[in-house]
Design a protein around this ligand. Structure first.
Ligand code: NZQ
Ligand code: ZN
Length: 389
């Protein structure tokens, strides 16, 4: 196991009616709030009204940024920074899914930067200081509620990139599974695939001795496999929504990645698709993941795939290693399909037109190769994209 410094600073308030702590908690960090949200789902479920009521009752002045897009755009970040500066806002409260939380994080960082916030995303400038943020989560997927990263899209340059800073981690997050009852089947499926992808990105690493982390990872994967289908069939099943929600946070908050070298492979490929085609993040991951797995399966990785097959998919140990590994990959693909997720890029309207450009961009941006498990060259990436068509 590699050395690591454990720090997961976000305080979690988990469960039904935990929103009651909101006013008191905000007052620990700020006095003027930017309430950030997406296209209106929080109004439909009554959460917007609940939050406004609390802010009013607690005499906390607030301003609003609405309409944050799925795959949040740099334009929304710019608008949020403008509102914050004009009104001396000192605390950001995103209420929604990963897109809303990510946008809020970069508003919080961009507030202290004089230039264009896109500079921070492309690492032309460094994040020095960040306004405090806290989140109220409504979709189990990205883990943004408990991590220090954000992913922002610039449609003009056709880039979707991740950015992070320890101070971008929410001070606290409210995780009430009942807020996710209204998440439609397609987003529940995409969210489940996203959580699984976060786990797999850390699970498949070249460190063979992080037993604790890998057993937690396997448990989290089994949680998604058990509860993803239940949440789709019974949207208001509390047990299913609660388990997915907590798995979402644990998958990416550092817990299963500490002590391992795990530079992600599939996410950068998916972010490129997102930049060009604005597709749902978890859908792209579900399509790419099995093809990435088949591409990296080799004599040096087969042992890990056997472990994955036996411990996650309960495949019997009575076959050759490669048969177990291939069955595990097939089961992964079948599972995503069973959730109703498309299995090919063509189903999303993606053809061959930009594959080479995307493969070039993602390898160049990552310094020549993508990921650390089996570093992917331009040719590797292109082949994975082509197989996923
Ligand atoms: O905009 P509203 O009206 O709120 O509707 C949203 C949106 O249309 C809807 N939704 C959210 N909660 C709902 C709901 N609908 C009904 N009931 C609810 N309770 O769902 C749609 C998708 O929302 P979005 O926030 O875009 O989804 P998600 O949470 O999957 O976030 C995706 C974004 O996060 C990034 C992705 O790349 C993508 O841009 N990621 C962020 C990460 C991070 N910060 O660590 C890591 C991830 O790997 C990922 O890259
Ligand atoms: Zn993801």
């Amino acid at each position: 196991m590699l050395n690591f410094n454990y720090s997961i600073p976000t305080k979690i308030f988990f469960g039904k009616d935990q929103i009651k702590v909101l006013g008191k908690e905000i007052k620990k960090y700020g006095s003027k709030v930017l309430l950030a949200y997406g296209g209106g789902s929080i109004k439909k479920i009554g959460l917007y009204g609940e939050v406004i009521k609390i802010l009013n009752e607690e005499n906390i002045p607030f301003w609003e940024l609405s309409g944050i897009e799925p795959n949040p755009r740099i334009e929304s970040v710019r608008e949020g920074i403008r509102i914050c500066r004009e009104n001396d806002i000192d605390f950001i409260l995103p209420v929604g899914g990963g897109s809303t939380i990510d946008c809020a994080k970069v508003i919080a960082a961009g507030f202290f930067y004089e230039g264009d916030p896109w500079d921070l995303v492309i690492r032309k400038a460094k994040i020095e200081k960040v306004l405090p943020i806290a989140s109220v989560l409504t979709l189990a997927a990205t883990g943004s509620e408990m991590d220090a990263g954000a992913v922002i899209t610039n449609p003009e340059t056709k880039q979707k990139l991740g950015v992070g800073h320890p101070d971008m981690a929410p001070k606290f997050s409210i995780l009430d599974p009942t807020y996710t009852f209204s998440v439609p089947a397609s987003q529940t499926a995409a969210g489940t695939a996203d959580i699984m992808s976060h786990i797999l990105e850390s699970y498949f690493s070249n460190n063979k001795d992080a037993f604790v982390q890998d057993k937690i990872a396997e448990g989290l994967l089994k949680t998604c496999i058990k509860y993803g289908p239940i949440a789709i069939k019974e949207p208001d099943n509390y047990e299913a929504r609660a388990n997915l929600m907590w798995a979402s946070s644990l998958a990416i908050n550092g817990l299963i990645r500490y002590g391992k070298e795990a530079i992600w492979s599939v996410h950068p490929l998916q972010h490129e698709l997102g930049a060009y085609y604005d597709i749902t993040h978890g859908v792209g991951l579900a399509i790419l993941t099995p093809h990435w797995m088949r591409h990296v399966l080799s004599d040096s990785t087969v042992e890990k795939f056997v472990e994955y097959g036996k411990n996650v998919w309960d495949i019997k140990d009575d076959k050759y290693d490669y048969d177990i590994a291939n069955e595990a990959i097939d089961k992964t693909q079948e599972f995503f399909k069973s959730l109703g997720i498309p299995t090919t890029l063509r189903e999303l309207g993606i053809g061959e037109e930009n594959l080479e450009k995307m493969a070039r961009a993602v390898t160049n941006y990552n310094g020549g190769t993508v990921g650390s498990y089996k570093p992917l060259s331009y040719e590797d990436v292109l082949e994975i994209y082509k197989k996923a068509l």
